[in-house]
Design a protein around this ligand. Structure first.
Ligand SMILES: Nc1ncnc2c1ncn2[C@@H]1O[C@H](COP(=O)(O)OP(=O)(O)O)[C@@H](O)[C@H]1O
Ligand SMILES: [Mg+2]
Length: 396
């Protein structure tokens, strides 16, 4: 297959293997544009860049030493393997890689976690999603394995290879150009918040309301330059914006916290053929102020590649959120603090991963793509002020 045929333009970069002989990597127009702006001299195409950064064509590299059989997964989760059972790699994200396990009559998503969470936090997550399901919210629910455990080792492999299992959702990534999408995501978030139980644990995870020290961006830029990382210049050019955004991040108030998804961006939602949006990836679920998650969803879903937001779409999301009973309101710049903290912390983590000499070529290549995407999508202060103005009628 020629390289050009292998590229599919999707919303965000993702690596996928859709069959044994068919490897595909999706790169967004945004990521490719960004790549163009800081590519290394002599590289002709994203494919070359991927090969160099990942050591080989990315999906091959991603999955080369990560083989998983249907039998292993079935053994791990106490499922019956029939002769028709098959397993296919479908995606990787920042936290894990995902396969589709097809048992003929039933399908599951299998996720291998890069850094396994503790069973206690996964149990809280499963209790939360079960609560939402009882309230009528459809979602990709977690399936326990033997002994009722959700995080299960791969039989016969290194003990740190851990899996989770979810019900398979037959859907596609949401089409952000679809005019109906703005209302659908507002409605989904409104229902999630309307049915959310109060927070089960106090706030206090610094990921959501603190940011890396300002000087750390200079250190990372210096290290990136030393290693000739392609993204060094882009990071350096945004240090002043990172400082401005960091100023808006304040500790979450101790009261008014509910249990939230906290990572409801379009890659964590699938659209069924009926148009229904089904939320996935509850790894980050935990306490949050609904105002702050509402602000994060506006950013995740409405910030365009040009750093603008379509006012009519934002209003549609806010109206649908209110109509569904969502209690959150966009009040001030600090309402965007959770979104900004997670973006800055994510950027810092991915830059640290990319620069760590122990990082494998696969993870370094992935981290570089995430750095590009995150830097390109940092919101400017006027955009934040514009969103506050758009929401003003709702805040009264
Ligand atoms: N239950 C599921 N049904 C169908 N596809 C899924 C399911 N869970 C995950 N996926 C696919 O795998 C991708 C990555 O899964 P996700 O849980 O978001 O991983 P990560 O934590 O690494 O971001 C999703 O964007 C989706 O395409
Ligand atoms: Mg995800």
């Amino acid at each position: 297959m020629p390289d050009a045929d292998r590229v599919r333009l999707g919303r965000r970069q993702r690596a996928a293997l859709t069959g044994p002989d068919q490897q595909q990597t999706w790169l967004t127009g945004r990521t490719i544009d960004f790549w163009r702006s800081f590519r290394e001299p002599g590289l002709r195409s994203p494919h070359t860049w991927l090969r160099r950064s990942a050591g080989s064509w990315l999906p091959g590299c991603v999955f080369r030493d990560s083989a998983l059989s249907a039998r292993q997964v079935c053994t791990a989760f106490g499922l019956t393997t029939g002769s028709e059972a098959s397993i296919t790699a479908v995606a990787r994200g920042a936290a894990g890689r995902v396969w589709c396990l097809d048992l003929g009559t039933e399908r599951f998503a299998v996720k291998e976690l890069f850094s396994p969470p503790d069973e206690g936090s996964v149990r809280r997550e499963a209790a939360f999603t079960a609560h939402l399901e009882r309230a009528g919210v459809r979602l990709a629910a977690s399936v326990p394995g033997q002994a009722d455990r959700f995080v299960v080792p791969v039989p016969g492999q290194a003990a740190d290879r851990r899996l989770r299992l979810y019900r398979w959702i037959d859907g596609v990534l949401p089409d952000l150009a679809d005019p109906g999408m703005a209302a659908r995501i507002g409605d989904l978030l409104g229902r999630l918040h309307a049915h959310a139980p109060p927070a089960q644990v106090p706030a206090g995870d610094p990921w959501y309301d603190t940011v890396p020290a300002l000087e750390s961006w200079g250190h990372l830029t210096g290290a990136a330059r030393t290693q000739s990382a392609g993204w060094a210049g882009a990071l350096s050019a945004r240090i002043s914006l990172l400082a401005d955004l960091a100023d808006l991040v304040t500790p979450a108030p101790a009261s008014g916290l509910i249990t939230c998804h906290r990572d409801l961006h379009p890659d964590n939602v699938l659209a069924e053929s009926s148009g229904a949006l089904i939320p996935l990836d509850w790894d980050e679920a935990g306490p949050a102020i609904p105002d702050r998650e509402l602000a994060a969803v506006l950013m995740f879903w409405h910030l365009s590649d040009q750093g603008e937001a379509d006012s009519a779409s934002v209003r549609r999301t806010l109206a649908a959120y209110l109509a569904a009973g969502g209690p959150g309101r966009i009040r001030d710049e600090q309402t965007f603090g959770m979104y900004l903290a997670t973006r800055l912390n994510f950027l810092h983590r991915q830059a640290s991963i990319a620069l760590d000499p122990r990082t494998s070529p696969e993870h370094r290549g992935y981290a570089a793509l995430e750095i590009a995407d995150t830097l390109a999508r940092l919101p400017a202060l006027p955009l934040i002020r514009h969103l506050i103005t758009l929401a003003a009628p709702d805040t009264g």
